[in-house]
Design a protein around this ligand. Structure first.
Ligand SMILES: [Zn+2]
Length: 208
């Protein structure tokens, strides 16, 4: 299987949305739904990708706000999220007590479960629970690619100063589930540029 990764970012928070496509079948998923979904909709149409599901690394508003527009464009595909954050998208409950509730609520919600492969068409994702920035934070692994959400960034790690954050869990998850991966794996973060596991193991000042 040959995986092709495309990215769009919104201009307000620089939040990344990814298009992950099987180059042979054109089956695809979108990972995270940033504040400017029109860019992702354009990308999907240009590539002629067949979006089978939308996967969420976590449910902060800048990662889910584009869901209604994406679902309008791609049809009622399943939206997959860790159970700890399912009520945020299934019931429209706020993720953070620090922020006003947002109204992003969708119907067809399914679960991302640690250790259970998530299949979408010809694509298969390994699910790694990497909480700490938020309780249901996950990293999605396919081929040589890791989608780490707001757990791990190039040169940094996610915020853990919210009421439902946990800095110890964040670091433990990064060390146990991410830094244990091979050096050459490509890290695609919720914000900012791509990096590799090897680069972060060597240079990330938060992981010393
Ligand atoms: Zn974010």
């Amino acid at each position: 299987m040959s995986i092709r990764v495309g990215v769009t970012a919104d201009s307000r928070f620089g939040t990344n949305s990814y298009l992950v496509e099987d180059d042979e079948t054109h089956d695809a998923v979108v990972i995270d739904a940033n504040l400017e979904p029109e860019h992702m909709i354009d990308l999907v149409r240009r590539r002629d990708a067949r979006v089978k599901a939308i996967l969420l690394t976590h449910t902060d508003v800048d990662h889910v706000a584009g869901l209604p527009a994406l679902l309008d464009a791609f049809g009622p595909v399943p939206v997959a999220v860790h159970d700890e954050e399912r009520p945020v998208v299934a019931e429209g409950r706020p993720l953070r007590r620090e922020f006003a509730p947002d109204a992003t609520r969708v119907d067809n919600v399914t679960s991302l479960v640690e250790g259970r492969v998530f299949r979408a068409g010809s694509l298969a994702f390994e699910v790694l629970h990497t909480p700490g920035h938020s309780p249901g934070g996950v990293t999605l692994k396919v081929g040589d690619h890791l989608f780490t959400g707001d757990a791990l960034f190039a040169g940094s790690i996610g915020r853990s100063d919210f009421g439902n954050s946990n800095s110890a869990a964040l670091l433990e998850g990064i060390h146990a589930k991410l830094l244990s991966q091979p050096d050459h794996l490509i890290v695609h973060s919720g914000h900012g540029p791509a990096t590799t596991i090897g680069e972060e193991r060597r240079t990330n000042p938060f992981l010393r």
